[in-house]
Design a protein around this ligand. Structure first.
Ligand code: SF4
Length: 312
């Protein structure tokens, strides 16, 4: 079928088609927390970048369908090169990941006198290949803390996550001037308004938020960390969630008896929302939009990812 034909199908029809194709193609669905809720419902594994990287490394399925953004699909390919990895929409990139290129990083390493490079997983495979170790928002503090104290550290590309890791680890980091347009938009005004409107709520924000917003939060956590926080505090029935709307929708669906408020309804990652059920069905039928990584880059990127997984 064509994509246009899938786009005319009902949601139930798409779920049925996807289930049939999934079995026929021996596929596994790795789905990021920021995907639209109807896409989250097809997940075999749902989570943040770390959880999905771990699932990609372990899966026995022949075909990985990555519902997220391009750097995540690249990481899945690097960690499990024997599998075919496809994306429902190849245009789903991450603007933050595009804020550092391998060429810029090579020049910066030279300029800073060969520092240890910690690369947030939100980077291309080519950037990971020039890095010493990767990190995610779940483990950035642990990874930074593991680096010998006499070494200089260059953290790419998210300055907000880097500054959070620096504060929590007590290490001085050279910060790359990158940011996530979704999280960097949260303001002190958003936090103050949300607190005023929901005085009994606990405010949790993602470390990609600006430091002045993180300073006002009760907790700073990755998306998986937020899921755990809500699960582990059963008596806390009101939350303000400072991350992308996909996670707010996931938590609202999982906890219908709790009040889950977004810190801001503007927090939508348009790149994540490019994935639709129709595109999943079409890409799966045709095994389209394969993600590949040149062998030489993949081998070096894998070293940085493996180091992270060992430390996680
Ligand atoms: S939410 Fe931010 S970091 Fe995540 S994919 Fe979108 S732009 Fe990139």
């Amino acid at each position: 079928m064509t994509l246009e034909e899938y786009q005319k199908q009902s949601t139930d029809g798409l779920y049925r088609a996807i289930a049939r194709l999934k079995a026929a193609r021996d596929a596994v669905f790795l789905v990021h927390n920021y995907q639209a809720l109807e896409v989250q419902k097809i997940a075999d594994h749902i989570g943040d970048s770390l959880a999905l990287a771990q699932a990609a490394a372990r899966t026995a399925a022949r075909l990985i369908v990555f519902c997220g953004v391009h750097f995540m699909a690249e990481s899945a390919k690097v960690l499990n090169p024997g599998k075919k990895v496809i994306m429902p929409d190849p245009a789903a990139g991450c603007p933050m990941a595009d804020m550092v290129t391998a060429g810029q990083l090579i020049a910066a390493k030279k300029a800073y006198g060969d520092p240890v490079v910690v690369a947030y997983v939100n980077t291309s495979a080519a950037v990971k290949a020039e890095s010493d170790v990767c990190c995610t928002s779940s483990n950035a503090v642990r990874i930074v803390s593991s680096i010998p104290p006499d070494r200089k550290i260059l953290f790419v590309p998210d300055r907000n996550l880097g500054s959070y890791a620096a504060r929590m680890s007590g290490r001085e980091l050279i910060l790359w001037p990158g940011h996530c347009y979704v999280h960097d938009r949260f303001t002190v005004g958003d936090a103050e308004t949300a607190r005023d409107e929901h005085p009994g709520a606990r405010l949790v924000v993602h470390p990609e938020c600006p430091p002045e917003v993180a300073a006002l939060a009760d907790d700073v956590a990755s998306t998986s960390g937020m899921v755990q926080l809500v699960r582990n505090r059963p008596k806390q029935d009101e939350w303000i969630i400072g991350t992308e709307m996909g996670l707010v929708e996931q938590l609202s669906a999982a906890y219908p008896n709790k009040a889950i408020h977004p810190l801001s309804r503007r927090a939508v990652c348009n790149n994540m929302k490019l994935t639709t059920l129709a595109k999943v069905a079409w890409a799966l039928e045709h095994e389209a939009n394969e993600v590949t990584v040149p062998d030489e880059i993949a081998a070096r990127a894998k070293r940085a990812l493996d180091r992270m997984l060992e430390l996680s």
